[in-house]
Design a protein around this ligand. Structure first.
Ligand code: XMP
Length: 495
């Protein structure tokens, strides 16, 4: 797209979007606008979530989320625990890139193993194995059940905690003498491979069993449905899952090293989407990397960022990305604008990128700490938001809890902060310190992340109800009005 054509589109979109803005070239942010409310069809905010479609959105061209929230690919925000919690709520977590590829693979696998509709390769053991072998194997695989199969892989029994609970505390020599065949449950209730989850639940309930092996015509195991996993399906009705029932997860790669190999390994491990994570993505070498990844891995969903203007968004889109992450400098730990003078106030950055993005979803990254900013990012046209500090300081964010006389707290380090760079220098993942473009700070310990996500969602539903939007798409179509500084101050609670 020509520069002139880009600018024309942007100005047209902004004129339509923001009433009262003195000049469409002005760079503004969340506090400079209010969402215009409309005579609403929405009865209550619970109407929006009732049929579970109201908050559905696109993260990328082909990945849909059930809530428009993703967690930041930062070392103090997202590893497997955060990604699991977020995916169960309907969003998605991006495993950060600041650890070895082996560790990132392990983190991705942890998320993919957390919930299963059907376990496709259940752990097996031979009837001739000793109870000691079985217990060691169960501990190693962190499983409470093993299928017992003969030499032709035909199922002959099942060994569950019920079979071993009373025996496992016996002396080791004794455990070595007991064979699996002596303690396993021999009468195994099985089901055919194509059974529906609903039918499986009926069988689990009827027989009061925890595990239901799925077998083929030769009675060989082809899967396993467990009561624990089935319960999770009901417990987390909005969870986002792949076609095998596993939670969705994203993984980040940087540009520095062998990024193609890393993309391959992370995808192999089960990552559903790759994030090419650079502080400055409006660069030809990033576009070249995007094109190389898309050329080598045709089925991959690829996000790249960050950019803050239409030129950057178009560069990535023309190179083939499936979503663009927008935000340079709005983050709560960012110092980029201070240190370099570069960047764009976030509402303008998002709006302008959306204006030229066409079908490619925009993720608004940074500067969102309350429901108002969240809703404004969506009205600006983003299809999802990335949260950093809002999710940090929780049980699910990495890092230890500290405490002093005042409170319990965790540390939130900007990815380009001096503290984080020094930590990376120490663990060998960085050779030298660069001029810091971020800060680190303490964040009060907040407990579980679940209620925080729920609050964001409830606030969003309220915004939608004011704006007469039953869906995220409708909210994206709503408009702003430019407000004065005193207008903004009027809206703040008075001390
Ligand atoms: P919030 O406001 O949610 O922002 O805490 C999270 C986002 O901030 C970005 N980020 C940085 N930006 N220097 C920067 O300029 C940094 O050190 C830094 N660390 C994180 C990042 O986009 C993240 O998602």
């Amino acid at each position: 797209m020509e520069d002139k054509e880009i600018r024309k589109r942007v100005v047209k979109y902004i004129r339509k979007k923001i009433a009262g803005l003195p000049n469409p070239e002005m760079a503004i942010t969340f506090a400079d606008v209010v969402i215009i409310d409309r005579s609403s069809r929405v009865g209550s905010r619970s109407d929006i979530r009732k049929d579970s479609k109201g908050l559905v959105t696109e993260l990328t061209k082909s990945i849909r989320l059930n809530i428009p929230i993703v967690s930041a690919n930062m070392a103090d925000v997202t590893e497997s625990a955060m990604a699991i919690s977020l995916a169960r709520k309907g969003g998605l977590g991006f495993i950060h890139q600041f650890m070895s590829i082996e560790k990132r693979i392990a983190q991705v696998k942890k998320v993919k193993r957390a919930d299963n509709e059907v376990i496709e390769s259940p752990y097996r053991i031979k009837p001739s194995a000793t109870l000691k072998d079985a217990l060691d194997f169960m501990a190693k695989c962190k499983t409470s059940g093993l299928l017992v199969v003969d030499d032709s892989d035909v199922i002959v029994g099942i060994l569950t905690s019920r079979d071993v609970d009373f025996k496992k505390y016996q002396p080791e020599e004794r455990l070595r003498k007991i064979l699996v065949t002596e303690v396993m449950t021999k009468k195994v209730i099985t089901a055919p491979a194509n059974i529906s989850v609903k039918e499986a639940i009926t069988i689990l309930e009827e027989h009061k069993i925890e595990k239901l092996p799925l077998v083929n015509e030769e009675n060989k195991p082809v899967g396993l449905i467990t009561a624990k996993d089935v319960v999770k399906k009901y417990q987390f009705p909005f969870a986002v899952r792949d076609r095998r029932g596993r939670l969705l997860v994203g993984a980040s790669v940087g540009l520095a090293v062998k990024f193609l190999e890393e993309v391959s390994a992370l995808t192999e491990a089960g990552a559903d989407v790759i994030l090419l994570d650079t502080a400055r993505a409006n660069a030809f070498r990033v576009a070249e990397a995007v094109a190389a990844i898309k050329k080598n891995f045709r089925n991959i969903q690829l996000i790249a960022g960050n950019v803050d203007n239409p030129e950057g968004a178009r560069l990535l889109i023309d190179a083939g990305v499936d979503a663009v992450k927008v935000g340079i400098g709005p983050g709560s730990a960012c110092k980029t604008r201070v240190e370099t003078g570069v960047g764009c106030p976030q509402l303008s950055a998002v709006t302008e990128c959306v204006a030229v993005a066409g079908e490619i979803p925009i993720i608004a990254d940074g500067g969102i700490s309350d429901g108002g900013e969240f809703a404004k990012a969506i009205v600006a046209g983003a299809k999802s938001v990335m949260l950093g500090s809002a999710l940090a300081g929780t049980d699910e964010s990495p890092g230890r809890i500290y405490s002093d006389k005042k409170e319990k707290f965790k540390i939130y380090r900007g990815s380009a902060s001096l503290d984080f760079q020094l930590d990376r220098l120490e663990d060998g993942s960085l050779d030298d310190v660069r001029a810091p473009e971020g800060e680190s700070r303490r964040i009060s310990y907040k407990g579980a992340v679940g209620p925080i996500i729920e609050t964001f969602i409830n606030n969003l539903c309220s915004s939608m109800s004011y704006a007469d939007a039953m869906t995220i798409e409708e909210l994206r179509g709503r408009k702003f009005r430019y407000q004065t500084r005193s207008g903004f101050e009027e809206g703040m609670p008075k001390k």
